[in-house]
Design a protein around this ligand. Structure first.
Ligand code: PLP
Length: 493
């Protein structure tokens, strides 16, 4: 402790305004420095499991500690245990990043600490959410018949969409549940085998059971096979099952493939099924006018999930569910005890009526600030550049004899592998050898700390994924990772 401001918490009340101001400024400086030096830090945390825990006291502090000591420990302990998603050479999973206006939005939201469960507990959050989501809807070219609602993640958005779909089947599941009922046939949800695991988790959480999920095969470009979908529904109906929901994916996790929503629409309509579109990743691309086609057909879907926290530079977490049947969503979840009744409830939207959460964070603020600061053109320019960089990287892969693409590159994700250096007549044996080689290449690149890649499996081939979605990523970073990959290849082939 070097001066009076470096003090401990007072006996009652919060930190003094003077201290708050000082450390607030210090932390903003800290964040600016962090972004300036982030490229010096290893992208993937270099600690071993348990390293951080071993350095933390097992018991809580009895007396308050000085803020300066706490910040010192952020530097000493927390930063080394971070995997730096904001590093421009983070290319793993779906690379996503925060942005300055988004950080300011989070900061203010933490200060306001509104719990937007009812309109009156946060009119600002409720109304800003409605307006901001309507802006985003317009930016993506979605129909005005959609209302938007913010949840934390796409997993939760999609689960709520499936719950609303089930509510529409009129089986009194809300009232009577699903267990112990002999009158209830198997309810079915259809996805492609490339759909995200969150849909299956949603089905589990809703008590439908894993056997309710029917996985339909995909074509050579990893898109849902529509003929098989049709056949599966007819077959299930003949068995007395109730097909009630199709989940199409716009931007699958492994390859960013786009299910043929315009062809799926008539199937859903014919069988009176709910069509939910998981556009968690690729939905943001529709902000770019020439990429708007990714959401083609989605205007006739019943719901669409989009994640601004994936590719719209909004800090985690913020997922949007666009839904045409808010009445069903409300019917599935609204439960208003006496202590939550308000005089204006018939005239306003109370967020807690549309999901399992009561209190809801003021997430709209950060999205509003991101959209205002960058504008639609600014957001589109950044996403467009990511797609250009992905195509550039893909062109290097295609031109090289040592590497091959394993999926089309419609957006910012490249699926590829090293394909030479494993000679074997038997294709399966060759693939196994290439699996070993590519896994070693990926771990080799990741171990340098200079870039981070992840993998998937396509057609039984271990596939490297390079995802470009970080606001700081430039061509220089993409060139560097290509060099790193080639260095590892030369070393390991
Ligand atoms: N859907 C798709 C297509 C995804 O790629 C992901 C995550 O990458 C999710 C859903 C789950 O996202 P969240 O972490 O927001 O639940």
């Amino acid at each position: 402790m070097t001066d009076s401001l470096n003090s401990y918490a007072p006996p009652t009340g919060d930190m003094s305004a003077q201290e708050f101001r000082r450390f607030g400024h210090e932390l903003i400086d800290w964040i600016s420095d962090y972004f300036e030096r982030i490229e010096e830090l290893p992208v993937l945390s270099q600690i071993e499991p348990g390293d951080l825990k071993a350095q933390l006291p097992t018991a809580p502090p009895q007396k308050g500690e000085a803020m300066s000591d706490i910040i010192a420990d952020v530097n000493r302990l927390i930063v080394p245990a971070l995997t730096h998603w904001s590093h421009p050479s983070f290319f793993a999973y779906f690379a996503t990043s925060t942005s300055a206006p988004g950080i300011f939005g989070e900061l203010l939201s933490a200060a306001f600490d509104n719990k937007a469960m009812l309109w009156r507990t946060s009119p600002a959050s409720t109304e800003l959410e409605e307006v901001t989501l309507d802006w985003l809807r317009q930016m993506m070219g979605l129909d005005a018949g959609y209302s938007g609602l913010i949840y934390d993640t796409a997993s939760v958005s999609s689960m709520h969409a499936i719950a609303a779909a089930r509510e529409g089947v009129e089986l009194r599941i809300r009232e009577e549940g699903m267990s112990g009922r002999t009158d209830l046939p198997l309810l079915r949800v259809y996805v492609s085998e490339q759909s995200h695991s969150s849909i299956e988790k949603g089905v589990i959480a809703l008590g439908l059971g894993q056997r309710a999920l029917r996985k339909v095969s995909t074509d050579t470009e990893f898109r849902m096979n529509v003929h098989e979908l049709k056949r599966a529904i007819v077959e299930d109906k003949a068995k007395g099952y109730i097909p009630f929901c199709i989940v199409a994916t716009v931007g699958t996790t492994s390859t960013s493939s786009i299910d043929p929503v315009p062809d799926i629409i008539p199937i859903g309509e014919e069988h009176a099924m709910w069509l939910h579109v998981d556009a968690a990743y690729a939905g943001s691309a529709a902000v770019v006018p020439e990429l708007r086609h990714v959401l083609k057909g989605c205007d006739r879907a019943d719901s669409v999930a989009v994640n601004p926290h994936k590719w719209l530079f909004t800090p985690f977490d913020l997922s949007v569910l666009y839904c045409r049947h808010m009445d069903l969503l409300r019917r599935a979840f609204a439960l208003v005890p006496e202590y939550l009744k308000t005089p204006e409830q018939e005239r306003v939207r109370n967020g807690s009526d549309y999901g399992i959460q009561l209190g809801r964070r003021f997430r709209a603020l950060k999205l509003w600030m991101v959209i205002r600061y960058f504008g639609q053109e600014g957001l589109a320019a950044r996403i467009r550049e990511h797609c250009r960089l992905a195509k550039l990287f893909a062109s290097w892969v295609e031109e090289s004899a040592e590497w091959e693409l394993l999926a089309p590159v419609p957006l910012g994700l490249v699926c590829f592998r090293a394909c030479s250096g494993a000679n074997a007549e038997d294709p399966r044996l060759r693939n196994r050898r290439l699996d070993v080689l590519n896994e070693a290449i990926m771990h080799g690149v990741n171990a340098t700390g200079k870039a981070l890649l992840s993998h998937t499996r396509l057609n039984d081939k271990l596939t490297l994924r390079l995802s470009i979605g970080n606001i700081r990523t430039t061509e220089k970073h993409v060139r560097e990772v290509w060099e790193l990959l080639n260095q590892q290849f030369e070393k390991l082939k």
